[in-house]
Design a protein. Structure first.
Length: 115
């Protein structure tokens, strides 16, 4: 009976989420226009920090993770115009997918694979 109780308790515990720390190869699609930035993340509990490098230049990232939900953002400077780029999505092991808001000016989708 003790073994059965231990197994039931273990099954009731949530599985530990994979760490998002590391470099991610990203594919972005904005109305048929694609890009392939690299995002580097560091996870500390539910807090994300890191860096974006791609067509919008280089920028520091800040964000959060809550279970399988992820959200991170950075400020881009394109032709002298600054705007927030916000990624929201879900994590499944070493992959992510979701949507991107480009400062309310455009929207897109992304997929990412951890290197």
């Amino acid at each position: 009976m003790k073994l059965l109780s231990a197994i039931l308790i273990a099954l009731a515990l949530p599985l530990a989420a994979a760490s998002l720390t590391g470099a991610w190869d990203v594919t972005v699609d904005i109305g048929g226009n694609t890009g392939n930035p690299v995002i580097t993340l560091k996870q500390d509990g539910n807090t994300l920090t890191g860096a974006y490098e791609g067509l919008l230049g280089k920028a520091p990232i800040k964000g959060t993770v809550d279970g399988s939900k992820v959200r991170f953002e950075f400020t881009a400077d394109y032709d002298g115009n600054k705007f927030n780029v916000v990624y929201t999505g879900t994590v499944d092991g070493n992959s992510m997918k979701g949507s991107i808001d480009f400062g309310g000016q455009a929207e897109g989708v992304f997929t990412a694979k951890k290197k």
